[in-house]
Design a protein. Structure first.
Length: 273
């Protein structure tokens, strides 16, 4: 089980890791300090290398000098492949996105929202529970862009219905931006390059681009079904200011400082509205 989300973003960790993060020494150097009996936790010498500390409440000293670490939240994006559940653990032992991201390096990492098991694309992870919750809050209207391979070809009326807001079983969907990207029997791989191909069958398929800001379960699939087109493949290529471009399927990268600032600004701006 992963740790519960803590507001300070700090989690119990091995003492040598704590010392390294506090800038005292490298991990190896920290281990040497510990075995030399120079490290105390709450006044007690700790030399056992597996020992853990909780940075939120334990006082760690080296040669009598207190060391601290600052909470610095981690944010990363994963290019989720099909076949993985969006959860950090699955009691049934199915593959989960936790296997694809560095959870031991960043304890407390969790996915912001979810993609269905068969959906590919951009999945944001953070250790910052406040930021994650803020980004999912309906009032923030964070836009998500999807590319969907659908059965048949939506006509102008279907697209207008999506733009006005189709009725779903749990109430009307908010108006979406909807456009037809390819007609006929397209190669989905041109738009969403990984995990795609021709779907075969007699019906001609089409590729639709959809921008929505709600996050209901199976929302895009239900919206397309409401206008008579089954989603055959679904890919998310943008989440708020973040774009997937350049990332290989199944791989992740840390957000850069511009992306982090853009996400934080998105949350702050809405707070003041
Ligand atoms: N809408 C869906 O139907 N599925 C997803 O995975 C994401 C949005």
């Amino acid at each position: 089980m992963s740790d519960p989300i803590r507001e300070d973003g700090l989690y119990p960790m091995r003492l040598q890791r704590f010392l390294a993060r506090a800038g005292v020494a490298s991990r190896r150097g920290s281990e040497r300090l510990m075995t030399a009996g120079r490290v105390r936790v709450n006044g007690v010498v700790v030399s056992e290398l597996g020992s853990k500390v909780d940075p939120a409440c334990d006082v760690v000293t080296v040669d009598g000098v207190e060391c601290r670490i600052e909470a610095s939240p981690a944010h990363l994006m994963l290019y989720k492949p099909a076949g993985y559940l969006t959860t950090m653990s699955d009691p049934q032992g199915r593959p989960t996105v936790a296997e694809l991201v560095p959870v031991s390096e960043y304890p407390g990492l969790y996915p912001v929202g979810r993609l269905d098991m068969d959906t590919t694309g951009l999945l944001l992870f953070t250790t910052d529970g406040n930021l994650g919750q803020a980004l999912l809050h309906p009032s923030r209207h964070v836009t998500k862009h999807y590319v969907a391979l659908v059965s048949g070809t939506p006509d102008g009326r279907d697209l207008q219905a999506l733009r006005r807001g189709v009725m779903l079983e749990d109430g009307p969907a908010a108006p979406a931006k909807a456009e037809l990207l390819e007609e006929g029997d397209p190669l989905f791989s041109l738009v969403a390059p990984h995990g795609a191909g021709r779907t075969g069958g007699g019906e001609r398929n089409a590729v639709v681009g959809l921008s929505i800001h709600e996050g209901r379960k199976h929302q895009v699939k239900k919206m397309m079904q409401a206008v008579g087109h089954k989603v055959l493949r679904l890919h998310r290529d943008a989440f708020g200011p973040l774009c997937l471009s350049g990332l290989e399927e199944g791989s992740w990268r840390m957000l850069d400082s511009d992306e982090t600032r853009a996400l934080e600004a998105l949350c702050e701006r809405r707070e003041h509205q």
